[in-house]
Design a protein around this ligand. Sequence first.
Ligand SMILES: Nc1nc2c(ncn2[C@@H]2O[C@H](COP(=O)(O)OP(=O)(O)OP(=O)(O)O)[C@@H](O)[C@H]2O)c(=O)[nH]1
Ligand SMILES: [Mg+2]
Length: 373
Amino acid sequence: MFDRLKKRLSDAIKGFAKSEEASAEEPQETSEAAAVPGAAEEAEPQEKLKAPETKAKSSHEEKPQKQVEENIRISLGTRIKGSLLGNVQLGEREVDDFVQNIKVLLLESDVSFETAESISESLRERLLEGRIGAKDMKSRLVELVRASLEEVMKSSASGPNVVEFVKARKAAGQLPVRILFLGPNGTGKTTTMAKVAKLLSSEGISTVFSASDTFRAAAIEQSEYHAKKVGVPIIKSTYGADPASVAFDAIKYATAHGIDAVLIDTAGRQETNRNLLREVEKMYRVAKPDMTIYVAESTGGNAVLGQIGEFSKSIKVDGIILTKLDCDAKGGNAISIAHSAGIPILFLGTGESYDDIVPYSPDFILDRIIPAA
Ligand SMILES: Nc1nc2c(ncn2[C@@H]2O[C@H](COP(=O)(O)OP(=O)(O)OP(=O)(O)O)[C@@H](O)[C@H]2O)c(=O)[nH]1
Ligand SMILES: [Mg+2]
């Protein structure tokens, strides 16, 4: 999960930290200047080293760590201070080089431009804010990059807790709770619905499936398969039947049988298919869901944000479940969705089995992208 981004961030940080730490260990290079009080301060502006000529030629893809080491040169003034004081105030040029490098690798890992900008800005401010111990440079950089990523992802953690939501409705006697799952084709809606059913069941909450994907071949059988596996009743009709009326029947069934929640599956649909979007709008009006969940793939690239935006124009989406994180080597899309969707992320899907679902938290993603040092 996110292995590629994790490796690249780790390489970038190691490369930068190594050059800083080395500077603290090489007082002989700077001993002349250090012997003169105030020389360190004076030396800084004119002694900043130029970016190496190799910069334009090197490729981020080929040798990220080597490139970081080539691109980032610590100013003499900073090196002197590092060796004397054991900590350094990074210069703007150094910070800009490092931040630019992080930004490029974020963009190459599918982070959207807007999100990469926000992260870079936050990281830049943090790096310029205070002094950094020359010896523990790496762990401090890890901390600062983590904090910058967390800042852009934290607002997505403000969504409703599905289990608590249903429990509260149950306590208030407002049953059954209706939860509608929607999203593009193949993102994991039906599987995720079964995961949610199992999770709710482990909390003493009963559910029924509404097999409201009457569109795709074999979709009803697939819903039945999952329902059976997680021990949940299912209300179904025939292919081509009105999906809204199936949902209506499932709600009636739940009311008659004292079932707490109705989980309504829907056919996958692209945001460009007006007919299918109108159909789900009708479902929305008839089933009057208490919660509408958009199921998105972490591996879906930057198109996912546009898709969520299109769906949200006609339907109020309460939360997102981001699936297939286990298949996502890049990780950038998850960060961008958390930053820019404007809709909270409720859960993360982390595999194909029914237990592979975890509540969303920025830390879950961060621990896999840039583990705390
Ligand atoms: N690796 C992995 N696979 C997942 C995850 N969630 C779902 N899948 C797989 O994704 C595939 C599609 O899942 P479905 O649940 O059928 O997706 P859907 O959105 O209902 O698909 P349509 O009904 O065709 O639109 C299946 O093979 C699932 O096992 C996940 O978190 N990780
Ligand atoms: Mg499905």
